[in-house]
Ligand binder design. Structure first.
Ligand SMILES: [Cu+2]
Length: 133
């Protein structure tokens, strides 16, 4: 049982402290992806159809590990073809028409350099342009 005695050479409080440091470090890394801006903007009113959406972050997101969805009432509208335009951003194409109403913009992403998942959501409103299609 030589292993046990050599493990004990580092006292338990020290090991607990090191484990806590690791946890704090992991939490900081996870909080690192910040949403800076979006189209549509949070709380904004947009007139007409929204055919594409964008999110801008403080670090480069991984489009392959990201997901965006628009939700209006109980309808989920997929946003596909996620890619980056090279500005720490995600861009995607809205797969259905977006009639006037209130929408939830639900997103989830991972920084290209990490596997911490960061998610969020905000609302925007599509207002009628006045002309019927
Ligand atoms: Cu694009």
């Amino acid at each position: 049982m030589e292993l046990v005695s050599s493990k004990n050479s580092v006292s338990t409080p020290v090991r607990v402290f090191l484990a806590l440091l690791l946890l704090i470090f992991a939490a900081c890394v996870q909080a690192d992806v910040k949403l800076l801006d979006s189209f549509p903007k949070s709380g904004s009113k947009v007139s007409g159809m929204v055919t594409d959406v964008r999110l801008w972050f403080d670090v480069e997101p991984d489009p392959a590990a990201s997901k965006i969805e628009l939700i209006k009432d109980d309808t989920r509208i997929a946003v596909l073809g996620l890619h980056s335009m090279g500005e720490n951003d995600l861009m995607g194409f809205v797969q259905q028409p977006t009639p006037p109403g209130r929408y939830r913009f639900v997103w989830r992403t991972t920084a290209a350099a990490s596997d911490a998942v960061v998610a969020g959501e905000f609302n925007f409103t599509v207002v009628s342009t006045g002309s019927k299609p």
